[in-house]
Design a protein around this ligand. Structure first.
Ligand code: A2P
Length: 272
């Protein structure tokens, strides 16, 4: 079976398509609508958005217009990172659900442990309150899985200590050269699936000479090599593109990087 049709199984049994379509930095309106529709037309069944991307409305319209049965599409959205109260989280969830025009969300994540204006300064108390709201949405069947994004081990520890549901997913920046070792090891131990955003290093890895060279060896593109690397590290990559040819390219990753070459890629130092 092709990778685009394969799933990871979360720690609650829910199945998540291995490759997701990322929509960060895709403008609301035609750009977001057309790229999500194009991704769905080409076999993607996992769409990742967020309230803070400002494109939920267009993403939702594309999902509807694709005519693909709702239950065949895995939709993730995220709670804005400055919202750190129980009631605030519930209200924000309804706003996202309305914008997407859906009855339920597959995966709802706390976007970050800190508000963007205060990066690095985690609001542990607020994260517990927001997560408890997510637990209630999960219990009510409004979301099929819950989790966090940009959380490091101590941020996750705080959730596990004060909440009931071990997060199903942690979505972090992950690509060749950004090994996130502590967080990955921690998530593996807790059986939390890691999703890799910016698997192409937001495009900046694609002209790295070591990556270009190895891609040639496998007769694939640098983007395909980067995406395949994330999969072989058991993370779910969320490549983003607004071009159909690239959207197609990024799902065609049915090849195997040898263990020796994975080790070589582990040593690559990004030049940005
Ligand atoms: P575009 O949207 O114009 O296609 P990441 O997924 O790591 O955030 O990277 C996204 C960036 O990489 C975007 O700028 C996107 O540009 C570009 N990109 C995505 N897929 C490819 C590809 N297959 N080849 C070249 N550039 C790509």
């Amino acid at each position: 079976m092709k990778v685009i049709d394969q799933f990871f199984t979360l720690n609650n049994g829910v199945k998540l398509p291995k490759i997701g379509f990322g929509t960060w930095q895709i403008k609301d309106g035609d750009d977001a609508y057309n790229s999500v529709l194009t991704a769905l037309k080409n076999g993607y069944r996992h769409i990742d958005t967020a309230a803070s991307y400002g494109n939920e409305y267009s993403v939702g319209r594309a999902i509807k217009d694709s005519k693909i049965p709702r239950e065949e599409i895995f939709v993730t959205t995220k709670l804005q990172s400055h919202i750190k109260t129980y009631e605030g989280a519930l209200k924000a969830f309804d706003t996202s659900l309305n914008a997407l025009d859906l009855d339920y969300i597959d995966l709802y994540l706390i976007h970050a442990p800190w508000p963007w204006r205060d990066v690095g300064n985690a609001d542990h108390e607020g994260n517990v309150l927001a997560y408890q709201a997510m637990e209630s949405l999960y219990k009510a069947g409004k979301v099929r899985a819950i989790g966090i994004s940009n959380f490091d081990p101590k941020d996750i520890d705080n959730i596990i200590k004060h909440c009931k549901v071990v997060p199903h997913v942690n979505q972090i920046a992950y690509y060749i050269g950004l090994d996130q070792k502590e967080t990955i090891d921690y998530c593996n131990k807790q059986n939390i699936l890691v999703e890799a955003y910016s698997p192409l290093g937001t495009g900046r890895l694609l002209d790295h000479k070591d990556i270009v060279k190895m891609a040639k060896k496998y007769e694939v593109t640098p983007a395909q090599l980067c995406i395949r690397y994330c999969l072989q590290k058991n993370t779910a990559p969320l490549p983003k593109s607004t071009h159909e040819s690239r959207i197609i390219e990024n799902k065609n990753v049915d090849f195997e990087i040898s263990l020796d070459d994975m080790k070589l890629l582990d040593q690559v130092k990004p030049n940005f």
